[in-house]
Ligand binder design. Sequence first.
Ligand code: NDP
Length: 287
Amino acid sequence: MSAKIIDGKAIAARIKENAAKDAAEVARAIGRKPCLAVVIVGEDPASRVYVNNKKKACEACGITSLEYALPEQTSQEELLALIDRLDRDDAVDGVLCQLPLPAHISEEKVIEAISPDKDVDGFHPVNVGKMVTGGEGFLPCTPAGLIEMLKYEGIETAGKRCVVIGRSNIVGKPAALLMLRENATVTVCHSRTNGLKEIVREADIVIAAVGRPKFVTADMLKPGAVVLDVGINRLPDRTLCGDVDFAAASETVSAITPVPGGVGPMTVAMLMKNTVEAARRRARASL
Ligand code: NDP
């Protein structure tokens, strides 16, 4: 069997088109474009690429983007003061601080310094709590993008067995919670899981968020499974590769996301969606 390759780029383009339409509508209502402030600390090359992609997407969607690039040695107090200023700025709808941060800065403190209603990354504990209880908050972009992809592809989740590999706060855990919300039966695996191969082999839907190239091999997958590969790994030859052995897996599964061009573009598209939604909600709240 040859798998359907899920085109994340194409799905993301449609989400961004919708975000652009909504951004124009919000702009007419509030007299300015929705605005996203992005803070980056230090010179991490991957972070720089992500921030540039976010800026480009903002431009394409009619969202104002403000970038604050701070040097590596910025103190936590300085960073928190900037976040506080952006948080109070009425002309800013969404604030995000690109992770990871230098070791001397507490990510937790920075995430908690952003108001939940401007937390378009969906990392604030209030938004995490709403995700758990089903309330109206902001969902983290990568996991929300996974659900959006499944919906666009018409892939049934209710009653399906889903195995998430990875339990980070930004991908694995929220992906598992969102799949639970979609009525899947969810198992979360991590580095201390015993019998991982056998567990993954039971899955109708596999979400791989490990950060290890080709960690998931074809023999670990149930024939006909759906595979969402979140991993972005750089190989020694500088090419990108996911957490799944894509070539071999595509011979046995029914649908799979490629890397690049799968989950990655969805993350930025969902950020655009969240930013426009933040502007809309703030406008509604001020009426
Ligand atoms: P983390 O390093 O925070 O988490 C990795 C997870 O994988 C951990 O829970 C870890 O388990 C688990 N793990 C590691 N080794 C094993 C193993 N041998 N067996 C089973 N589980 C294992 O990574 P992230 O969640 O932040 O990211 C994961 C991947 O996704 C990375 O490649 C990252 O670049 C990519 N990514 C892609 C995004 C996109 O937009 N497409 C966005 C964010 C991330 P334990 O908890 O026990 O240590």
